[in-house]
Design a protein around this ligand. Structure first.
Ligand SMILES: [Zn+2]
Length: 392
């Protein structure tokens, strides 16, 4: 066992006692409990081991975290909230990177080992936010794997041409979009720009879609059609897609079939007041569904803490995931599914896998999702980065 740096002795793998042998940042051995030795042994006392949690959708650049409380200013429209946010963020003296770093440290302490963050890119802020997050990504690489989406928060065709593509040239990994109808009032115009950038630069797509009802469902089918035509199976995601939770059965069936056929994934954070995509139904239809935090204590929401086990519980609660099999699906939404969407290594606890994992006090996965216990230990690439919910 010379290849082992550390043994996590006496963990539970979804109900089965085991030892995990860690070496070179990877899980080298999965063996019966009590059978592995190494120079360093971490006695785990039957704690449940889960793959590292993955946040499929977070806005590191928006959070007020660490600042005095900022009261939420309600606004009924997406455009109105975008305007209100610009006023609030402009009033903060502290550099965004400081708040973003605080949030990364918070989510890492709660077991997030990989994330997809959206960063605002528009004619006003330009690439400043992106450049700050690219620098931060290098600084926090030991805590989280970070993928960055260039997010056109102020629209695409209504913004100076080229800024979104400049963001991809400057290092953003994914091209974003936003309500082609609701914000740009030009569905084909926005989608042509976004898919054009994706095809020219070989990058994936992640589009925020709040547009409701039949309009939103039609936009989803347009996105699916373009994804299929571009051969982008598995490389296009739509975040929120509230429409899927609010259209008649026949429209839902047609739209789900189009998403599944084109390999377009759907992200939900199960926000309280909105209709949410029917998770079980979509998964049964073959649609990739994943979860994310979205807004954490920012101009859009005073809620959120970046805890992805709590997010699995919230999504499961709203989506009616109740049986043990459904609770295991809820965990997939914050581990295996976002890993596939983001393009990370498979989120599994198996020999050869990256040693990104968390330990919690629970008998098995269903109990962990239902109770979201504190993270007793968090490991990123074989290194223990947090204990009892606090970075070490
Ligand atoms: Zn978002």
């Amino acid at each position: 066992m010379a290849d082992l740096d550390l043994v996590l002795a006496g963990v539970t793998l979804d109900g089965v006692p085991a030892d995990l042998g860690i070496g070179g940042g990877r899980i080298r051995r999965v063996a019966p409990a009590g059978s592995l030795t190494a120079a360093r042994i971490e006695t785990c006392g039957g704690l449940l081991a889960l793959p590292g949690l993955i946040d499929g959708h977070i806005h590191l650049d928006k959070s007020f975290i660490g600042l005095p409380w900022v009261p939420h200013r309600p606004d009924a429209t997406v455009a109105g909230r975008i305007a209100a946010e610009k006023v609030l963020l402009a009033a903060i003296a502290e550099p965004m990177a400081c708040r973003a770093r605080r949030l990364v440290e918070q989510v890492a302490a709660r077991g997030t080992t990989g994330l997809r963050t959206h960063v605002d890119v528009d004619g006003e802020i330009g690439l400043r936010g992106l450049e700050a997050l690219l620098a931060l990504r290098a600084e926090v690489a030991g805590l989280v794997s970070m993928q960055i989406v260039a997010f056109p928060q102020s629209g695409v065709v209504s913004q100076p041409r080229g800024v979104l593509e400049d963001a991809i040239r400057a290092g953003a990994d994914v091209v974003g979009g936003l309500d082609p109808a609701g914000i740009d009032e030009d569905v084909e115009g926005q989608l042509a720009v976004v898919f054009g950038i994706a095809e020219r630069h070989g990058v994936p797509i992640d589009i925020h879609l709040h547009d409701p009802g039949e309009l939103g469902a039609w936009e989803l089918r347009r996105i699916a059609a373009r994804a299929k035509a571009a051969g982008m199976r598995g490389r296009v995601a739509v975040s929120h897609a509230f429409a899927l939770g609010a259209v008649p059965e026949a429209v839902l069936a047609r739209t789900a079939a189009a998403l599944a056929e084109a390999g377009v994934a759907i992200m939900t954070n199960a926000p309280g007041p909105e209709p949410i995509p029917p998770v079980k139904r979509l998964v049964a239809e073959g649609v990739e569904v994943f979860a994310g935090s979205d807004n954490i204590r920012d101009a859009w929401s005073p809620y959120g803490n970046g805890d992805m086990l709590e997010r699995a519980r919230l999504v499961g609660y709203r989506a009616g995931l109740l049986t043990d099999a459904e609770l295991r699906l809820a965990l997939d939404l914050v581990t295996a599914a976002p890993a596939r969407v983001i393009g990370l290594a498979p989120a599994v606890l198996a020999e050869g896998a990256c040693a990104d994992l968390v330990l919690v006090a629970a008998q098995h996965v269903p109990e962990a999702v239902a109770t979201a216990p504190i993270r007793s230990l968090v490991m990123k690439a074989g290194r223990i980065v947090a204990r009892q919910g606090v970075l070490v």
